[in-house]
Structures are given as C-alpha cells and as structure tokens.
Write a protein that binds this ligand. Structure first.
Ligand code: UD1
Ligand code: UDP
Length: 356
C-alpha cells in the first residue's frame, strides 16, 4: 500500500501526526502533501517542528485566494502529484478547502479516499466547511468518524458502507502531549496567573469577516475588565488592521499575540479560567481539560461538549457573552468517558485500512 495524506491548514497538521506515526510503525510508504493553504511559520512549520511530523514530500504553495480559486489551484496541483506518485490510497482530514480538493482530485483518478473526521455537520451550507464535509463524505470510500453523533449523521444521509467510529485523532495527540506541557515558563513569560485570564480565539469567516459581530464579541470582553489572552489568527488580524475602533485596540486588558505553537496553546487552555472560541479543535480541548468553554457560534458540530454542560453557545451576542463570562458556576454532567475514543483513533484507522 502506498498512501498520500493531503494536509494544508493548521488543525490538519495536528490530525495527521498520529496517523503518520502509526504508518511509520508498520513501515507503510506514506507521504505528506502540503497544499500550502497555511504558510506563515506560526500557522504551519512550527507544528512540524514541535510535533516531529515528517517533512511533506510536496508543498504545493497554493496560498490565500477566494474560495473557488484556492480550491481550484489545489485540485490542479494535487492531481499533478497524484499522477506522478500513483498512491493506492489518499487520506484527507477535517473540513477545509484542502480536504475537499484532495478528495476530489483522488476520486476523479479512481484512487480510493479515506476521510478522517467524517460525519460532522453544522447543517449550515453557508459555511464553507459544511460544503467541504458533505461533499467529501459523499465521495469517500472509508469514513472514519470521531463520535457516535457523526456516525448517526452519516446514517441519516444513507452513508453507512465504509463508515466506522474510531474516535478523534486530535484526542490521540492531546493525550500524548500532556507530559510535554510547560505551563509555568509560558505563563511567566506572558505574566499570567493560572485561572485569572480568559483565552480567546476567533477565525471563522462568520465572525472575522463581519465587523458587527467582531465588535460585539470584543466589546463584551472589554467590559468584563478581565485579562484576555488573544492569539490572533491571521484572518482576524487582517480584519482588525482594517478598522479603527474595535474594543481590544489600545486596551491593556487584551494581550494580543501571534498564533502560538500547539504545546503553548494547550498550556494556555489548561490554565485559562474560561475559553472563548469559534474553533472546533479548541472547543474539544477545553472539554478535555474540563475548562468551561464559551463558543462564539450559533451551533456546533461538537454537540457532546454542549450536552455535558462544559460548553455554552452564545453566538456573537454581547449581553449573552457578558452573562456567561460573569457566571461563576458551570452546570455539568459527566458524559461517557469514551465519547471521543480512547486515544487510539489513528491505530484504528490504520488497522481498518491495512486489513482490507
Ligand atoms: C481555514 C479553514 C477552516 C479552518 C481554519 C483553521 C477553509 C474554508 N477554512 O480557515 O475550516 O478552521 O483554516 O485555522 O478551508 N492567512 C495568512 N497566513 C497564513 C494563512 C492564512 O495570512 O498562513 C490569512 C490570509 O489573509 C487568508 C486568511 O488568513 O486569506 C484566511 O486563510 P484561509 O486558509 O483561506 O482560511 P482560514 O480562515 O485559515
Ligand atoms: N491552535 C494552536 N495555536 C493557536 C490556536 C490554535 O496551536 O494559536 C491549535 C488548537 O490547540 C487546536 C487547533 O489549533 O489543536 C485548532 O485549529 P483552528 O482553531 O485553527 O481550526 P479548527 O479546529 O476550528 O478547524
């Protein structure tokens, strides 16, 4: 078996890590193809360095464009690589434009596609990620689901063949990384006291491209007078540069920093009093750390985190954000221990693929 994994955006570097390790252990020929969707050091290379992920065999250097042009350039360049390499299987991860382009390029060359993190749904086709997920699931031969909810979503769409619940590959990496966190040094460098700051990430187009929503979120946090650590995704940083009067500008309670590496991010999450985010990965990590999460969206694909009480959906509503940030209690219930698997999702993926 010769396998090509297609990655391109920050969370995909994390997701591919345990899969690459598992292939490496059994000596399978596995190459990484990086589309170049993310390219800043803090958005890409730092993850390869810090997590010891093998160097990509190709970096297609696609970069930032409109949705259509970015996806089209990826499709064209991935096809070229697949024709050259002729892998027997292509693996794609998550729901970015790199995911859809990888799946589409492969399926049109009759190369079977495996989708890791299949079956997630927001049921909102105005999100580019939802389009990417629905289409990728439809053309994948193997669908590896991180949760039972994802399995159920596929069942409802009549996609049962090839689907299996393996758990979440991000949970594999999360568990493996716990011994590597260096809390005290980072907190010292940033002058932070554990549990005395809020951690904020924003990057969804629905928030960063809508100045009213962005202003509402930042104004709510400015009014809390709490310290807010804000590692800024470049999309959000670009939006902030363009505007004069957003509440975090010139506000000493906001610690606006560049995106941080994975281990630093986990350290910031673990020690935060609360996390505010529109990221999928960060919602789950907050839950795994049992740090209360406030999700700046109207819906989530990770419904278990909300059902457990650890995650609250607030959208971009200023009053609602302020109320939930101020609330001192979290009404939680234990969800099943194995909601996201047991830390061996990648092994299950590889076992399935290699016993065919
Ligand atoms: C993408 C994914 C999203 C995922 C996120 C992870 C799509 C449609 N969206 O969103 O699902 O949650 O990655 O972070 O695939 N930029 C830089 N440097 C970089 C990368 C991006 O400056 O290294 C800037 C560019 O101005 C670019 C903007 O960020 O236009 C958005 O980047 P893009 O990759 O298009 O989408 P993300 O918002 O990162
Ligand atoms: N992350 C990181 N540094 C940051 C912000 C996020 O390492 O400055 C990690 C985070 O811990 C999680 C992943 O990136 O593992 C989530 O990626 P992102 O929020 O970009 O995308 P999403 O999960 O929403 O697709």
């Amino acid at each position: 078996m010769e396998v090509a994994s297609i990655v391109g955006a920050r969370p995909q570097f994390i997701k591919v890590k345990p899969v690459a390790n598992a292939f490496n252990k059994i000596g399978t020929n596995h190459i990484l193809v990086h589309t170049g969707q993310h390219y800043d050091y803090e958005m890409s290379k730092t993850f390869f360095d810090q997590l010891s992920i093998p160097e990509p065999a190709y970096n297609l250097g696609v970069g930032s464009h409109t949705q259509g042009k970015q996806t089209a350039l990826m499709l064209q360049r991935i096809e070229h690589v697949l024709l050259e390499q002729r892998p027997t299987l292509v693996i794609v991860y998550g729901d970015t434009n790199s995911t859809l382009a990888g799946a589409l390029a492969a399926v049109k060359l009759h190369i079977p596609v495996a989708h890791v993190e299949a079956g997630l749904r927001s049921h909102r086709l105005d999100m580019p990620e939802e389009v990417n997920r629905v289409l990728t699931d439809r053309i994948s031969k193997f669908l590896f689901c991180p949760t039972e909810t994802a399995m159920e979503n596929l069942r409802r769409e009549g996609i049962e063949e090839g689907s299996s619940m393996v758990g979440d590959v991000m949970y594999d990496v999360f568990l493996e990384s716990q011994g590597l966190l260096n809390g005290s040094r980072l907190l010292f460098e940033l002058n932070l006291i554990p549990k005395e700051y809020l951690l904020l990430t924003i990057h969804r187009a629905e928030n960063s491209d809508d100045l009213n929503r962005l202003e509402s979120i930042l104004a709510a946090l400015a009014e809390t007078k709490q310290k807010v650590v804000f590692p800024m995704h470049p999309r959000t940083q670009n939006a902030l540069i363009k505007t004069e009067n957003l509440a975090c500008k010139d506000n000493e309670n906001f610690l606006c920093i560049k995106p941080v590496g994975y281990l630093d991010m986990l350290t910031l999450e673990k020690n935060a009093q609360k996390i505010l985010t529109d990221s999928g990965g960060v919602q789950k990590e907050a839950y795994w750390f049992r740090v209360p999460c406030i999700t700046l969206r109207d819906e989530t694909e990770w419904v278990e985190t909300v059902e457990s009480g650890w995650n609250t959906l607030v959208g971009a509503n200023k009053e609602r954000i302020a109320t939930v940030v101020a609330s001192s209690s979290v009404s939680t219930s234990e969800v099943a221990q194995d909601t996201y698997g047991d830390g061996s999702a990648a092994e299950r993926v590889i076992n399935t693929l290699t016993t065919l």
